[in-house]
Ligand binder design. Structure first.
Ligand code: KIV
Ligand code: NA
Length: 285
């Protein structure tokens, strides 16, 4: 299968074909996302929450992100476009070379094809431009930008007034002008996302932004129900459709293993494959 590139994504938008993106954080999730034929694998900093158990995306470090990127690269080495999230604190500085240096680490050490930055302010767009000029493709991300949780005050929808929607459109155009190859639109009204998508030449990838974007992204654990359980409530975002409840299957397998070990059914004869020859056994006994 042909490698997905920033150019093939642009061509998908032009032809009206939807782009698919799913997060992955380790070898098995990357193998699954690749085998499913998803266009873009995002090593999201949502890793901090769904893999590492933090309440926000803020704590994860660049070294930790790179560690996860490397595993994803081994699981999906050739076909999908690999995008890595630049973590909180690794790209926002006025010294744009900090962002560029850290983006190079995501590419050279992490094996990523591109990086993602949150935010679309004038100063952020300058950083994007610098990194793109340095040779690293950048995916933008506006609307709900979880790294800014302490400023936003919570995980809530953005761009719900005319003025805020207008500001989002300005951010999107700014990022396009800075050289971003696509933009993630998170938790904004559907009509605003559709309008931004229509104005932009580059593709938009929505999450909680309705059907008018050039593509859709969901978090692996959310869409597959990794933490679903027969007796515990699982948090699922309002905008997320759950396509499987993998956690149920995991729980079932673990419960059966426990039962069979405790009642002596496992391993039994069937799973005790190693035997001695009779001659050796005689000497041993
Ligand atoms: O970290 C992440 O998973 C993301 C997606 C939700 C776009 O940024
Ligand atoms: Na993210």
């Amino acid at each position: 299968p042909k490698k997905v590139t920033t150019l093939s994504l642009a061509s998908k938008k032009r032809r009206g074909h939807k782009i698919t993106m799913v997060t992955a954080y380790d070898y098995p999730s990357a193998v699954h996302v690749d085998r499913a034929g998803i266009d873009v694998v995002l090593v999201g900093d949502s890793c901090a929450m769904v893999e590492l158990g933090f309440d926000t995306t803020q704590p994860i470090t660049l070294d930790q992100m790179i560690h996860h990127c490397q595993a994803v690269k081994r699981g999906a080495p050739s076909r999908p476009l690999l995008v890595g999230d630049m973590p909180f604190g690794s790209y926002e500085f006025e010294d744009r070379d900090v962002a560029l240096k850290n983006a190079y680490r995501m590419v050279k050490e992490g094996g990523m094809d591109a990086v993602k930055f949150e935010g679309g302010s004038t100063s952020r767009a300058k950083i994007v431009k610098h990194v793109v000029e340095g040779g690293v493709a950048v995916l933008g991300h506006i609307g709900l930008t979880p790294q800014a949780i302490s400023v936003l005050g919570g995980f809530r929808a953005q761009g719900r007034t005319a003025i805020r929607a207008r500001a989002l459109l300005d951010e999107a155009i700014r990022l396009q002008d800075a050289g971003a190859f696509a933009i993630v639109l998170e938790c904004i009204p559907s009509n605003v996302a559709a309008a931004i998508t229509e104005v932009l030449e580059i593709p938009t990838i929505g999450i909680g932004a309705g059907g008018g974007t050039s593509g859709q992204v969901l978090v692996f654990h959310d869409l597959l129900g990794m933490l679903s359980h027969p007796h515990h409530e699982e948090f699922v975002p309002k905008f997320c459709k759950q396509y499987a409840r993998v956690g149920m299957e995991i729980n079932d397998g673990l419960a059966q293993f426990k039962q069979e070990v405790e009642d002596g059914t496992f391993p039994g004869q069937a799973y005790a494959p190693y035997v001695m020859t009779e001659a050796e056994e005689k000497m041993f006994n």
